[in-house]
Design a protein around this ligand. Structure first.
Ligand SMILES: Cc1ncc(C[n+]2csc(CCOP(=O)(O)OP(=O)(O)O)c2C)c(N)n1
Length: 915
């Protein structure tokens, strides 16, 4: 082979070419095909000594040299691959004039006008060895600036694969049968909207008109995906076109959809209070044209744009973990152009795509790019060139397609799907379209975009254009087309008549969860716990665990060998044993969050790291009798997407304990949408139940406003309709039982669990083996130390119990003051508390003073919630009203200085323990 350094030394881009050539010499397959063709040709051409080519590349002095021409051609090919999409005819609202793309002009590429008819080497781009520049330039334009714009430069293997598919001339193959199918899909899509528009005048539906091509694209996707082994497709999408997708892709009955448009609509199925029609989810087994069926799920979502993205990914992952693999479960996210560019959760969600614990083998993203967000135009809503530019950060190829070219759109989704299946990457389809009406059908778009809407009004519909095309190609006659249209109109009319029936008659019979399931037994025989602790500490001898961690594991074993009644079991042991026993019960355990493997406060050590080789060992993955998988993943530094992901996972993986842990409880507020819109209300709104557990470290330890409060007041404010379980456990045994209850209970509810920080190592925070063996979760805990006639009953929850306990002991007031713990705040354990209080009322001569004590400011914590609940109980017992001891109301969650924190602490403890 030629000596590259000598040969290319004086050429333009010499260092790059030399590097490429060196790589070619080592392995011709390592350089991309155009360069390979160039080097092949150059070597075959007799190792001609390359002549100088000036750096500006356009000097006539060098023209005529084969090498110089080849370099320029290669540059031109690369330029089209990189910038060709800028000239693609992908925009149905494009201005007539052709945009200026300097990188693709002949002069920029180093060609003079005189060369237009001159033969040049094609460097492998065309089958011919050489063709006139004009032909080559046109071929490149045809390939890269036609009806599909592609962005894939620099994407390695997916780019090479794509290049092969599209070079030259971007051939697309669409059979007549597929053309007919596309047409039928467009008919259904358009006529559906038109029917609602005329029958249910002025009602919001977020019409798909202007983007109807989405329907044949999705139909084709389901068809080819099922052909290629995908059995489940998961869709996440916003309002735009949702009803159309429900009806025409998932096959939700037209009658059921129209029913929700009826004035008197109020579901009679006894479900929750429901949601608007364009937020609801649906599942269907969809038959495909090629004779398969595909499970298609459309995830329910709130109005909060893009919030559903991580949920769909979590659902997909859960399906993949339950016996399927990534190539069989396909997540598809349908975005709006304004929201995909504007909402940060899109980035957070995509950040999950390549991570071991969160990947789903690639997501297809379709942007319904109607080039407007409500009334705001792209130039005011993003700084990036394309709304899809986020895809580039994650190596996702992007196709820009014009909704008025349905065949190209359908072909592009086929390519996108193949890319996803082959490379496991995300792929974007930018479906350039328009919005026929305002943001919704009652909105007047000409207030803000008069000219654009003049243009839109003059447009023929996508269906009309395609109908004309097929008619002109002789594929369907006018009579056949009319017959199709008539058939659909009749179908809609009939569905509208059927829509008058009650909801229950229109719904398929559904299985409902039985809410009367008894609570599970959560105790575990002592021998099993002892055996499990032993197995967990049995680390391979070759593994060099950190000595402190190894010692900790051995301490756990020793704690379990002590007298059954001894308070020897700490928080970490109670927690780990809950996981271990559940794994033996066949329950999958998944924990995710920032730094969860070690635990933010170094208590968990679910992952050990070999101190010499940095290998990893997960004791919980090595239990001899485990019947389910233990997964624990340090998450990226995101709350919104990661919590959303785990929520989605929990919707699908039912026999599981799924835990998301916040680093500190207050960081959960960056995932507020998931809590407010999904966890707390999804059962009411959509009948979607989740058993997800949130670990929220909470406690006032003087660390300042941002590391103290998990904002329990917010969760309590959202608590109603038995929607969540909110628990603030104070002992390892309580934690053990509540986690086991959460996993084993057939009735799935989210569990909001406030977890300790300093208490993780507190000498008083220990439980006995007997409590784990014989006990169960207790929603209220009484006070065995208090005397028979306490003068004061203190009610509290969480860490403050131990503060009160210690201070009471210091003052020798055990007999006079009883401290009662509300361990489960919601559902409020009224019966259990009443029972407990009866003991005191029976024993006391007169009912003692009752006081709620908390460390949070008075406008926070549980006070506002429990004062009603406890107050009502006290009233029925003719006891005095509940008084309060705690910090004063405050705008900030906690004091910034430790001294102030202590001062406040001393004041409320004094108030609680004084007479
Ligand atoms: C997080 C969030 N912020 C604001 C809104 C209000 N809103 C509803 S639709 C919309 C415009 C969305 O534009 P785009 O994403 O382009 O979708 P399109 O409606 O054009 O299909 C806005 C701002 C919302 N639903 N969610």
């Amino acid at each position: 082979m030629a000596d590259a350094s000598e040969s290319f030394g004086e050429m333009a881009n010499a260092p790059l070419i030399e590097e490429l050539y060196a790589s070619y010499c080592r392995d011709p397959g390592s350089v991309e095909p155009t360069w390979r063709a160039f080097f092949d040709g150059w070597e075959l051409g007799g190792k001609v000594k390359l002549k100088a080519a000036k750096a500006d590349g356009a000097e006539a002095a060098t023209s005529g040299s084969l090498e110089y021409d080849a370099v320029r051609v290669c540059r031109m090919i690369e330029a089209f691959r990189t910038y060709g999409h800028l000239l693609a005819q992908d925009n149905p609202l494009a201005a007539k004039e052709i945009p200026d793309v300097p990188e693709l002009t002949l002069s920029y590429l180093g060609f003079s006008p005189e060369e237009w008819d001159r033969n040049l080497p094609t460097c492998g781009f065309l089958p011919e060895g050489e063709v006139p520049l004009s032909q080559l330039y046109e071929a490149l334009k045809n390939t890269y600036c036609g009806r599909i714009g592609v962005e894939f430069a620099g994407l390695g293997a997916p780019a090479a694969w794509l290049q092969k598919k599209i070079e030259p001339y971007f051939p697309i193959s669409v059979s007549v049968e597929l053309q007919r199918q596309i047409l039928i899909d467009l008919y259904r899509a358009e006529l559906f909207e038109v029917f609602i528009h005329t029958k249910y005048v002025g009602q919001k539906r977020f019409s798909l008109e202007g983007a109807e091509t989405l329907i044949p694209m999705l139909e084709r996707l389901v068809d080819i995906a099922s052909d290629q082994g995908v059995s489940q497709t998961l869709l996440g999408m916003a309002h735009r076109g949702r009803l159309n997708v429900l009806a025409n892709v998932l096959g939700k009955s037209y009658a059921l959809i129209f029913h929700e448009f009826e004035d008197h609509y109020s579901p009679d199925t006894g479900e929750g209070s429901g949601d608007v029609k364009y937020h609801k989810g649906f599942f269907a087994e969809v038959p495909t044209p090629s004779g398969h069926t595909m499970g298609v799920t459309l995830a329910a979502n709130p109005s909060h744009l893009e919030s559903v993205d991580p949920i769909v990914l979590g659902m997909a992952r859960a399906m993949q973990m339950s016996g399927k693999n990534p190539s069989q479960v396909l997540p598809v996210l349908i975005h709006g152009d304004a929201s995909v560019a504007g909402q940060g959760v899109v980035y957070e969600s995509m950040q999950l795509s390549g991570l071991h614990g969160y990947g789903t083998g690639g997501t297809l993203h379709i942007v319904v790019n109607n080039q407007i967000g409500f009334t705001t135009l792209p130039k005011d809503s993003r700084s990036t060139r394309y709304c899809t530019d986020i895809g580039k950060a994650f190596g996702a190829p992007v196709f820009h397609v014009n909704a008025e070219n349905p065949e190209e759109c359908v072909y592009a989704i086929e390519l996108a799907f193949q890319l996803r299946q082959t490379f496991g990457c995300d792929v974007f389809l930018d479906l350039m379209c328009y919005r026929k009406y305002g943001h919704n059908e009652g909105d007047e778009p000409t207030f803000t975009q008069p000219l654009e809407y003049q243009m839109i009004k003059a447009k023929k519909s996508i269906l009309a254009l395609y109908r004309e095309k097929l008619q002109s190609e002789g594929i369907l006659t006018a009579e056949e087309l009319d017959a199709i249209e008539k058939r659909f109109q009749e179908e809609f009319k009939k569905a509208s008549a059927d829509a008058q029936a009650p909801t229950s008659e229109l719904l398929a019979p559904e299985h409902k969860e039985n809410r009367t399931f008894p609570e599970p037994n959560t105790g575990v025989p002592a021998e099993d716990l002892q055996r499990l602790a032993g197995e967990l500490a049995n680390i391979p001898t070759s593994f060099e665990a950190h000595p402190k961690v190894r010692r900790g594991l051995l301490d756990r074993v020793a704690a379990l060998q002590k007298d059954k009644n001894e308070l020897a079991i700490d928080w970490a042991t109670g927690e780990t044993l809950a996981y271990a026993t559940l794994l033996e019960n066949g329950v999958h355990v998944r924990i995710s969050g920032q730094d969860v493997r070690r635990g933010t406060f170094s208590h968990r050590h679910a992952m050990l790291v070999d101190q010499k080789r940095e290998g990893k060992y997960f004791p919980l993955s090595h239990l001899s009798k485990a019947k389910a998988l233990f997964d624990i993943y340090n998450s990226p530094l995101s709350e919104f997407a990661v919590l959303g992901f785990e929520y989605g996972y929990s919707l699908v993986y039912r026999n599981a304990l799924i835990i998301w842990e916040a680093q500190f409880g207050d960081f959960a507020n960056t995932a507020q949408v998931i809590v407010d819109q999904y966890l707390s209300g999804s059962e009411q709104k959509w009948g979607a139940t989740s058993g997800l557990t949130l670990f929220l470290p909470h406690g006032y330890e003087g660390q300042g406003p941002e590391h103290s409060s998990a904002r329990m007041e917010r969760f309590l404010q959202m608590a109603a309709d038995d929607n969540m379980r909110i628990v603030d456990p104070t002992t390892p045994a309580q934690l053990f039982h509540v986690l086991r209850r959460q996993a084993l209970y057939a009735v799935k509810k989210p569990l909001i669990l406030f977890t300790p920080k300093a208490l993780l190592r507190h000498p008083l925070v220990h439980s006995s083996l007997r409590e784990l063996e014989e006990g169960s979760f207790q929603p209220v805990l009484g006070d065995p130390l208090a005397g028979e006639h306490p003068r004061k009953l203190l009610f509290c929850s969480g860490k403050v119990y131990y503060d009160l306990f210690a201070e009471r002991e210091k003052r020798g007031l055990q007999k006079e003051i009883a401290i009662l713990r509300i361990e489960q705040l919601y559902p409020f354990p009224a019966d259990a508390l009443k029972k407990l209080l009866q003991e005191y009322s029976a024993l006391s001569v007169s009912f003692p003073v009752c006081q709620w004590v908390q460390e949070e400011p008075g406008n926070m914590g549980a006070y506002q919630f429990v004062r009603t609940e406890i107050g009502a109980i006290l009233e029925t017992m003719h006891a005095p009203a509940l008084s309060y001891a705690g910090r004063a109301p405050s705008a900030s969650t906690a004091a910034g200085s430790y001294a102030l924190h202590k001062k406040q602490y001393a004041a409320f403890i004094q108030a609680a323990l004084e007479k």
